[in-house]
Design a protein around this ligand. Sequence first.
Ligand code: UDP
Ligand code: MG
Length: 139
Amino acid sequence: MAIEQTLSIIKPDGVAQGLIGEVIHRFEKNGLKIRALKMIQLTKTQAQAFYAVHREKGFYDSLTDFMSSGPVVVLLLEGESAIEKNRELMGATDYRKAEPGTIRADFASSIEQNIVHGSDAPPTAQTEIAFFFNHLEKF
Ligand code: UDP
Ligand code: MG
């Protein structure tokens, strides 16, 4: 057990569905503190860079179109076991397999349009936080 930081993104579908407040409320009431936050729209090139780990996958082009299709809210979350905690609150990638009461089970509309992103491990969390936030934007 340790205090960790992780990156969350409320994806374009979550923003479009008016779920910013709902998602942030779930983070805060489950002990995840917000250390940075902003709304931005990624370019296609930026979305491709963020998801570069998936560049060989069949869903990469559609995913990066979707992720650059509208504004997103990017958050730096901090708390006890924050990476795993956030993944628990999100639910499985495929919303049909996500635990009831998770963000994806409650709100996702497809395996692609699944409302939230969350870092999957400490090294990726650090890389993803640095992708979006500089030292002046973090508290
Ligand atoms: N994705 C998709 N089709 C798939 C698997 C993933 O469109 O078969 C999308 C989905 O939006 C997912 C993102 O690609 O959230 C990144 O996939 P990953 O396996 O890293 O899932 P996550 O870490 O987001 O649960
Ligand atoms: Mg992932």
